[in-house]
Ligand binder design. Structure first.
Ligand SMILES: Nc1ncnc2c1ncn2[C@@H]1O[C@H](COP(=O)(O)OP(=O)(O)O)[C@@H](O)[C@H]1O
Ligand SMILES: [Mg+2]
Length: 207
């Protein structure tokens, strides 16, 4: 049986915007974010990312666009436990084919941006949740994406650490990067300039 996860969604996002998406569990937030991030394709309708109509691309083309244009941040960080902080940050650069020295140099710069320069040789298990999310944010920035998509990025963090992570994301947005944050938390959502409410696969409200 097919269950439509999204229905009649229409949204236009300008470069540099910061948008929050709220809504109860199962309302389609993650599905929507995955389409915006080219992890999923809509079964119907069109999606333009940076003037490219991505809904008609092949899976290979889609993953190339995703690698170049999208930075993803997840609730559970999704770091690779065997790799160090620096190696986790550099993974997308490695996949993009940069040589070892460039990967290292760029990864160091990213570690500095997220405030983890003194932790580059640690493994994720040796870091706090907030530090792990900083690694994930640095990794998301590696290929200089046009858009950062964060799915409940503070969901596993205490409120103070969550706010610190939001301040980091907001500072990146202020440098011009489009930011879309899915959250249950009204305080986290209030950092956004637009707050979109979803229910049963639809956008029901924007304030
Ligand atoms: N991989 C999947 N297979 C089948 N149904 C799914 C899948 N992922 C999500 N869904 C369904 O799509 C709807 C939206 O889910 P989701 O986007 O994860 O919502 P949210 O992130 O708001 O909790 C839900 O009804 C969910 O059960
Ligand atoms: Mg979700």
């Amino acid at each position: 049986m097919e269950i439509p996860a999204l229905k009649e969604i229409s949204l236009s996002v300008k470069e540099g915007e910061h948008i929050s998406i709220m809504g109860p569990s199962g309302s389609g937030k993650t599905t929507f974010l995955n389409i915006l991030g080219c992890l999923d394709k809509p079964t119907s309708g069109k999606y333009f990312l940076d003037n490219i109509e991505v809904s008609s691309l092949t899976d290979d083309e889609l993953s190339e666009i995703r690698n170049k244009k999208v930075g993803f941040v997840f609730q559970t960080y999704n770091l690779i436990p065997q790799l160090t902080v620096l190696e986790n940050i550099g993974l997308p650069l490695f996949y993009s084919g940069f040589d070892e020295a460039t990967v290292r140099e760029k990864s160091l710069q990213l570690a500095e941006i997220v405030g983890l320069k003194d932790r580059i040789n640690h493994r994720p298990s040796e870091l706090s949740g907030g530090q792990q999310q900083r690694v994930a944010i640095a990794r998301a920035l590696a290929n200089d994406p046009v858009i950062i998509l964060a799915d409940e990025p503070t969901g596993n963090l205490d409120s103070k650490t969550g706010e610190e992570i939001m301040e980091l994301l907001v500072s990146l947005n202020k440098k011009g990067r489009t930011l879309i944050v899915v959250t249950h938390d009204t305080k986290i959502a209030s950092y956004g300039k637009r707050i979109i409410q979803m229910l049963d696969g639809r956008i029901i409200n924007e304030d």
